[in-house]
Design a protein around this ligand. Structure first.
Ligand code: ADP
Ligand code: ASP
Ligand code: MG
Length: 438
């Protein structure tokens, strides 16, 4: 059995859905197809939700109408026969009626999650109607019946496996299943999600749950590139990555993969392939356990980082100081990405600053606090790069004109991270590309 996940741009146009149909019916292997929302939909739903939260009902209504219009046009091009067109109209009526009803309900976080879930429900239902029109046998699986997260927002792999296995067994003989990425139920049983870009994570969790032979992530680019193609010219696709490399790149900002999408593959040991829906014959990137080479593979960047410096002469020769500092972050459920220490100061970075004020308040008991917002972590990733000769010299020689705020080396064997302020991000990526790859 294999899992094939198609992202927003891959399902975003009716002709793309036709391409997907070809890709998923090429052979007889049993497949679970995981779809994202049509491109732009989750952004639109976020905006609708934001306007509701602010009490701008009129603007929310306008946004709902614009989105509905988009879908009405979409189904005209997607479906040929009147009967299936009417079915699709019925689906749109159901989901847009829901969105119109929420205009009258008071806003809550739970309602926000309900709103965000509409995108994947719509894309998979429309795709299912399209497959029916094309007479392709399949079963539509509701992700909300098997994809669950616990109180800490961690996926419950064992429960997912049990529920999904039952659903598949109830549909014995079915070769094709279509389900939603991104959406899930939380510990309270409410609709929730796996965070932006979460369909990749859904796909790898599903692959883990069914012991899939491979998890294919189909997107709009032919695999992981060696640098961010939106910022750097002439980036190149990477044919092979090991799990450690892919996990570091995903975690440190390579948008092509959700940050958490690699650990299920690593833990349950199945390969992940990154492939291009628009260029299906391209080799893409194969991600698997063994590495094929050592040295620098790629550079990625993670934005919206806050750097915190705690300066204290009390730290001099004191033990237990770091524990006290880290306990503050634990208390506020805030994870730390980078840490550097000197004898009298500790600098660290966080990517979630929702509890920053409380954290600062508690840290002030230990010393003087300095905060730098809008920082970017730039990571240089490759298997065993920490052993690569002259690498640090190359990195620093490339960056003579960039004010570097922090450096982290040796924490992971596969990653060197530097922190720069966001305004220097583009230049940093470009200079490193030149220094390391050209
Ligand atoms: P999908 O909607 O299919 O999930 P995403 O937009 O989430 O697609 O991810 C694909 C995009 O990631 C590419 O179009 C590309 O612009 C961006 N991207 C950023 N960094 C990289 C990288 N290192 N390699 C490939 N793509 C990258
Ligand atoms: N639709 C969701 C998003 O845009 C999930 C995904 O596409 O992976 O974030
Ligand atoms: Mg994505």
């Amino acid at each position: 059995m294999k899992v094939m996940k198609f992202g927003g741009t891959s399902v975003g146009k009716p002709e793309r859905m036709a391409e997907i149909r070809k890709l998923i019916t090429k052979d007889d292997e049993t497949k679970i197809i995981v779809l994202s929302a049509l491109s732009g939909t989750t952004n639109a739903l976020t905006e609708i939700s934001d306007s509701l939260a602010k009490g701008d009902r009129e603007i929310a209504k306008q946004r709902i109408n614009a989105l509905e219009n988009h879908y009405q046009n979409f189904i005209v091009d997607l479906l040929k026969s009147e009967a299936y067109f009417q079915k699709a109209k019925g689906i749109l009526a159901e989901h847009f009626e829901f969105l119109n009803i929420i205009l009258k309900i008071s806003y809550s976080e739970a309602l926000n999650k309900d709103i965000l879930a509409q995108g994947e429900l719509l894309s998979t239902k429309l795709f299912s109607i399209y497959l029916n029109e094309q007479e392709i046998a399949h079963v539509w699986l509701p992700a909300l019946d098997f994809m669950t997260i616990d109180q800490n927002n961690e996926p419950q792999v064992a429960a997912i496996r049990e529920k999904l296995t039952k659903l598949l067994e109830a549909n014995k003989g079915t070769k094709l299943f279509v389900t939603q990425g991104y959406i899930c139920r939380n510990a309270k049983g409410e609709i929730d999600n796996l965070k932006r870009g979460g369909s990749d994570y859904s796909a790898s969790l599903i692959a883990a749950a069914v012991d899939a032979s491979v998890c294919e992530i189909w997107t709009d680019i032919s695999g992981m590139h060696n640098n961010d193609p939106r910022i750097v010219k002439n980036t190149k696709p990477i044919k092979h990555l090991c799990f450690e490399e892919a996990a570091e790149l995903a975690y440190f900002g390579a948008k092509i993969l959700h940050p958490a999408s690699i650990w299920p593959a690593q833990y349950f040991n199945f390969p992940v392939k990154l492939l291009n829906t628009m260029e299906p014959e391209a080799p893409g990137t194969l991600i698997e356990r063994d590495s094929d080479s050592e040295g620098v593979k790629a550079i990625a960047a993670k934005d919206s980082i806050t750097a915190i410096k705690i300066k204290s002469s009390r730290m001099l020769l004191a033990y237990g100081f770091l524990r006290k500092i880290f306990e503050v972050f634990e208390k506020y459920e805030t994870s730390i990405d980078m840490v550097t220490t000197s004898e009298v100061a500790v600098s660290l970075t966080i990517d979630n600053d929702s509890n920053l004020q409380q954290i600062i308040k508690e840290l002030e008991m230990f010393g003087n606090i300095e905060i730098d917002k809008d920082q970017t972590i730039v990571s240089i990733v490759g298997y065993h790069i920490s052993k690569t000769e002259h690498l640090l010299a190359k990195v620093f020689n490339s960056l003579t004109e960039i004010p570097v705020r922090m450096v982290s080396f040796g924490g992971s064997q596969h990653n060197i991270s530097i922190l720069v302020s966001h305004e220097h991000k583009e230049k940093t990526l470009q200079l490193l590309n030149k220094g390391l790859f050209e």
